[in-house]
Design a protein around this ligand. Structure first.
Ligand SMILES: [Zn+2]
Ligand SMILES: [Zn+2]
Length: 344
């Protein structure tokens, strides 16, 4: 190694905070931890909402869909839309500690940060594998992410002496979920099961192999169900039976009515596959959420993937009561309107 190499490498390592420690400062998010001190992992299960905006679109108040279930300090992600990486750091979690990601489906508001996460785990010197589970196409999505940052890995392999190949760290697994729950993943902290939900209409499924799922995460102390995106779904009700937390997507009743009218007009004009029809037919209103929660007898409803969320117009947000009142028509347990960074 010549002097330039040493200088370059030294400056690079110092910039990342690698010297003398072994984990990069870029991936460190714990502001309160003294330098070098190992923080004891908090015991128990915490649900952290990382992104709560419904649909694709970037705004400054709510990130795209993402959640973390943190069990004894270990984060498990459900969805990874745009904004997930910053949200993880704001929640005090390190990117390199994420070892498992479950995708509900491959719409971009649920996957946009997957390539960014894996790429930065690799530059962050992660040594343990990260697995990504999701419906058909997830294995290809991870392979595509690795291909997307191949230039970076090739450059750094030559120029920084790195030896780990991303293919050996990152794995995508397609989940074949159907009408009955299937176990997706299990370790000493969690058991994750999935069912197919009702996000994609039959007329679309007949023309594509892609599917959409809901997940249930059972830990030693809690059960948390994530609806993913879905129209009202009896299979989701079964998956959510008696869960502590039901994290469910929700579209405001009035907005749903407006979209249904737009879809009707589009259909009358000969457009069978309008965006309005997609949104109106493949999502759940707050009233639908209340009905499913009551049927499943869950303890707490957490509304996320909110429509309109932060796109309600000049005011930015509907009042929480607009969402809650509609759920309450059918469900008398606790109802929480999700916000980014909320810890439950
Ligand atoms: Zn979505
Ligand atoms: Zn979707």
């Amino acid at each position: 190694m010549n002097r330039r190499d040493l200088l370059t490498r030294g400056a690079w390592m110092a910039a990342l905070g690698l010297a003398g420690r072994g984990l990069p400062a870029l991936a460190q998010a714990a502001p309160a931890a003294p330098q070098g001190a190992a923080r004891p992992a908090p015991k128990g299960t915490t649900l952290i909402l990382l992104g709560t905006q419904g649909g694709p679109g970037i705004n400054l108040a709510r990130g795209e869909a993402a959640n973390a279930v943190v069990v004894d300090g270990q984060p498990y992600l459900v969805d990874c839309g745009y904004g997930t990486l910053r949200a993880l750091l704001q929640a005090g979690l390190r990117l390199v500690d994420v070892g498992h990601v479950c995708l509900t489906h491959l719409h971009n508001d649920h996957t946009s940060d997957v390539a960014a996460l894996l790429s930065h785990q690799w530059t962050g010197a992660k040594t343990q594998p990260t697995t990504v589970h999701g419906p058909h196409g997830t294995e290809a999505l991870v392979a595509g992410a690795i291909a997307f940052f191949k230039g970076d890995t090739d450059i750094r392999t030559v120029d920084e002496g790195r030896t780990v190949r991303p293919e050996s760290l990152f794995r995508g697994h397609d989940v074949a979920a159907g009408a009955a729950p299937v176990e997706v993943f299990r370790d000493e902290r969690v058991r994750i099961t999935a069912i197919e939900n009702d996000h994609f209409p039959d007329r679309a499924k007949a023309r594509m192999p892609y599917r959409s799922v809901a997940y249930r995460v059972d830990t030693p102390t809690r059960s948390i169900v994530f609806s993913g995106d879905t129209a009202p779904s009896q299979r989701l009700v079964e998956l959510a039976r008696n869960a502590d937390f039901f994290v469910c997507e929700a579209i405001d009743v009035a907005q749903h009515a407006r979209l249904t009218e737009q879809a009707r007009q589009a259909l009358a004009a000969g457009n069978e596959n309008s965006v309005a029809r997609h949104v109106a037919e493949t999502h759940s209103t707050t009233e639908d959420v209340g009905r499913m929660a009551a049927q499943a007898k869950v303890k707490t409803v957490v509304l996320s993937h909110l429509l309109p969320g932060s796109n309600a117009g000049p005011g930015g947000e509907l009042p929480d009561t607009a969402y809650i009142e509609a759920v309450r028509r059918f469900f008398d347990g606790q109802v929480i309107v999700g916000r980014d960074g909320m810890r439950l």
